[in-house]
Design a binder for this molecule. Sequence first.
Ligand SMILES: *[C@@H]1O[C@H](CO)[C@@H](O)[C@H](O)[C@H]1NC(C)=O
Ligand SMILES: *[C@@H]1O[C@H](CO)[C@@H](O)[C@H](O)[C@H]1NC(C)=O
Ligand SMILES: *[C@@H]1O[C@H](CO)[C@@H](O)[C@H](O)[C@H]1NC(C)=O
Length: 425
Amino acid sequence: MRGAEHTWGLFLIWLAVGQSSYAQEVIFGSAHEASSECTTRDGNKGRCLDIRKCPKVQENFRTNPPTHCGFSGFSPVVCCPLSAEPVNEGPKDGDTVQLVDISPPDFAPGFECGVNSARRVSTLFQKRSVPTPDNFPHVRPTGLPDLSLLPVDGILAVLNQPKVPKFEGGLLKPSVVGGIDAKANAWPWMALLGNKENDGKYNWFCAGALINDQWVLTAAHCVDGTTLEVVRLGEHNYNSDQDGAKHVDFSIQQIIPHPNYTQPTAYHDLALLQLSRKVVFETFIHPVCLPWGEESERDLIGTQVKLTGWGDTQFLGSPSSILQEVDLTIFPNSKCEANYSRLRHYSISWPNGIGNETTCAGDEAGGRDACQGDSGGPIVYRSNGKYTINGVVSRGYGCGLKDYPGIYANIQYPDYLAWIKKTAF
Ligand SMILES: *[C@@H]1O[C@H](CO)[C@@H](O)[C@H](O)[C@H]1NC(C)=O
Ligand SMILES: *[C@@H]1O[C@H](CO)[C@@H](O)[C@H](O)[C@H]1NC(C)=O
Ligand SMILES: *[C@@H]1O[C@H](CO)[C@@H](O)[C@H](O)[C@H]1NC(C)=O
């Protein structure tokens, strides 16, 4: 069934590596028989080629969008009409092509994701006017110290707070700054990650996002050297049982950090948690969508995203027991690269620079950001009425500093999607 029913059924990526026999053919993954033939939108025969090798499609890309075969890195592989002469750019003949499958998984019948339950509830009770998270009037003041003037080591000295996973590399582990209280259970994929202390109290130190009925996506640094025991879903105010939220706690069957996450570098800061039992979806417990297939190609620079978390509401402040939300803008990676590259720990954290595996998101004016305790939580954007995860809170320098947007693992990155699909779907 996979692939056959979707126009965009085959979202396979080429990763050109090495040089062995490859003769301008796309080799499809195991989901399909090897074939490079395709049909263009106007019904003609074509061949799947890297868009860089098909000038005809490049010329007419906007007015006449091509049929997709997959990706070559971030470059689309399109159905090139047979009459169009391929040019010798992009992957060279003789390159080995390794395919990565990021097509939408086979979901269980009725599977639904990315539904904001606050909206759903207000539809159910239409007469009542409930303020939606988007227009909730109360904005929390920030009062940030100007940390950009402090040396990194000076900040680290004051950062030595308990109850937060220790963060290596001299950069601070981010939480929501400049946010507002979320509407109860508006973000039904939000997960609290923590452990139970001897006095029976919970210690919540990270967040995550439910992605299907048994898996939660979070940051690798949230599970690295920590004693993660409990995942809580459906929570709103973790200090109150009168908050209207019906949370459910899960123990964890498997913790799988991204295999290439290596301290002290910042890359691949992702982990998957398999819950010990299946989640029963309810209005207030529901998964977020992942950017499968064509969605992974959507250009989100300049897009507004929503960050949600229970982390600190200001730098070196205290966490919020009520889920916070804040709007951020996605910046080009070059913005993060430009400023973070001035930091002393840059070459340790990003020896290969800040690239497409990273989402750089913040606030033009500063004051809105992730902060301590938000780590592992998602940033999401809205498209086609659903919320899709774009990033996982990884790190940042200070919180809410104008010149230092937050650093997120970019879930659009094909390697990450393929790993998530392989591991959790
Ligand atoms: C980890 O890195 C290796 C070497 O670059 C690569 O072949 C492998 O696919 C990566 N693993 C994942 C899960 O992306
Ligand atoms: C951050 O980068 C911007 C350009 O993107 C620059 O104007 C600003 O001065 C930089 N700030 C610091 C502290 O490096
Ligand atoms: C990163 O993404 C940008 C914009 O999509 C693209 O121009 C660039 O080639 C990509 N870089 C790599 C290394 O894939």
